[in-house]
Write a protein that binds this ligand. Structure first.
Ligand code: HEC
Ligand code: HEC
Length: 197
């Protein structure tokens, strides 16, 4: 009788272990399946080929998670992203954040207008963008990566903050920054950052 109980316990333990292993494998497949939906717009490998859609590859994990939370809550508005984020579970937000953060960030193409970049560099220095976005503009924690992002998306994002269409986290840090920027400054700094190496 006792032997029977022991073997039963071993069998149960083995089942639990197996269960854990297959659940791990299922997690990886599940996040890949969920991310496939995102690739339709955000591009293969998280690098966007589409106007006004940002690349996600290499964005800080926390930044990605917060933006999904903002879309889900409706505090960040976008007719394409809101329906997608609407029913997203917290655990999917965590796994998708980690998934895109681990991808290789977009590599900036050859800069076709170095003069505009020079102006943009002056704007970035004068407005202390790097003090939050880091010297490499790779971002950190809830602060976005800017280096290599699509140029027209950077312009749009800055205009959205300037007009208060987008509020964002970090104590509305970006609204304060963008509010004081002219259209010329926005154009120049977006170009500088899109081609930043
Ligand atoms: C139908 C197209 C579409 C699909 C599918 C889509 N997105 Fe988006 N996503 C967008 C657009 C457009 C924006 C930019 C919104 C804006 O301008 O504010 C965006 C923005 C984002 C942002 C904010 C990034 C930033 O730099 O501010 C995140 C994070 C994001 N999407 C994650 C996802 C994830 C994860 C999925 C898959 C579950 C996904 N998206 C699927 C269109 C899409
Ligand atoms: C005080 C800190 C701070 C400073 C200074 C700052 N930023 Fe930001 N920036 C942030 C934070 C925090 C976010 C994320 C906000 C959110 O959740 O929407 C952000 C987001 C952005 C985004 C949106 C990126 C995306 O993928 O959606 C752009 C573009 C941006 N910043 C550009 C700039 C530029 C250009 C400057 C300098 C002119 C600058 N920032 C200065 C903190 C800062």
């Amino acid at each position: 009788m006792r032997r029977h109980l022991i073997s039963h316990a071993i069998y149960a333990a083995a089942l639990l272990t197996l269960g854990a292993v297959s659940a791990g494998a299922a997690d990886t497949t599940a996040v890949q399946e969920k991310a496939a939906v995102c690739s339709g717009c955000h591009g293969e490998n998280g690098i966007s080929q589409t106007e006004n859609i940002p690349s996600l590859a290499g964005q800080p994990d926390q930044f990605l998670q917060w933006q999904l939370v903002f879309f889900r809550a409706g505090s960040r508005k976008n007719e394409q992203m809101q329906p997608i984020a609407q029913d997203i579970a917290n655990e999917d937000i965590r796994s998708l954040g980690a998934y895109f953060a681990a991808m290789t960030p977009p590599k900036a193409a050859e800069d076709g207008d170095p003069d505009l970049s020079k102006k943009g560099a002056q704007v970035a220095a004068g407005r202390r963008c790097a003090s939050c976005h880091t010297d490499s503009f790779a971002g950190t924690k809830a602060v976005a990566r800017l280096a290599g992002q699509r140029e027209e998306y950077l312009v749009k994002a800055l205009q959205d903050y300037k007009s208060s269409r987008r509020v964002g986290g970090g104590g509305a840090a970006m609204a304060d920054v963008a509010y004081h920027m002219s259209e010329e400054e926005i154009t120049a700094v977006a170009h500088y950052l899109a081609y930043f190496k």
